[in-house]
Design a protein around this ligand. Sequence first.
Ligand code: DHB
Ligand code: MG
Length: 220
Amino acid sequence: MSRTTIGLTPSLYQYILDVSLREHPVLQCLRKATARHARSSMQISPDQGQFMALLARLMGARKVVEVGVFTGYSALAVALALPDNGTLIACDINDDYTSIARRYWQEAGVLHKVSLHLAPAAITLQRLLDDGQQGTVDLAFIDADKEAYDTYYELILRLLRPGGLVMIDNVLRQGAVAGPPSDSTATAAIQRLNAKLHTDRRIHLSMVPIGDGLTLALKV
Ligand code: DHB
Ligand code: MG
C-alpha cells in the first residue's frame, strides 16, 4: 500500500510508455514532427494523450471543446476516440500551428469531426453560448494562454452538461506552483485557479500528476 504518489524516474516513465503506449501511426508522426518545432514543449506527452482519449471513450463523449490547439496532437488523440458523428470544436488564434494540425487530422481521417475556430477562444465560446449551446458539451480541454484559463473555465462550465468534464493542462507548471506566489503571470494565474477550484462546489475535482499536471473537473 502506498500513501503517496510514486515519483517517476526517466527509466520508470520509459517503462510506462513501453508497456502501455498505443499510439496511432499518424499521432506518432505528428509528435515527431512537432518535436522539431521551436515551441515543441507545448505539445502534451503521448501517455497524456492516451489518457484523455480513454476519458473521452469512458464518457461516451460526442461533443468536445478544445481551447489551445497548437499542432493538434491532443485534438487528434481525442478525435480518434470520438464516434464518427462526434464533433471537436477546436479554438486557436494561430494559423501557422493549426495548418499543421489540419494536415494530420486529414491524414488520420478525422478532419470531418473537427470544427476549427481561428479566433480568440473567449469569443468563440461566448458565441456558442449565445447560439444556445449551454449544457451541451460532454468534454473540454483548456490548454492555451494561462492568464485566461479562468475566463475559459467559467465559459466552459456553462457549456458543459451536468456530468461533463473539463481537463485543464499545465496545472503543476513544472513544480513552480508549489512555491510562493509566482513572478510569472502565467504561473500566478494557475496558482490562483488551482486554489479557486479547490473550493468550487460546482465541480468534483481531481488533480492528476500526468504530463505537467492535469486537473479533472466534473460538473455537478
Ligand atoms: C507552455 C504551454 C503549454 O500549454 C504547455 O503544455 C507547455 C508549455 C508554454 O507556454 O511554455
Ligand atoms: Mg499545455
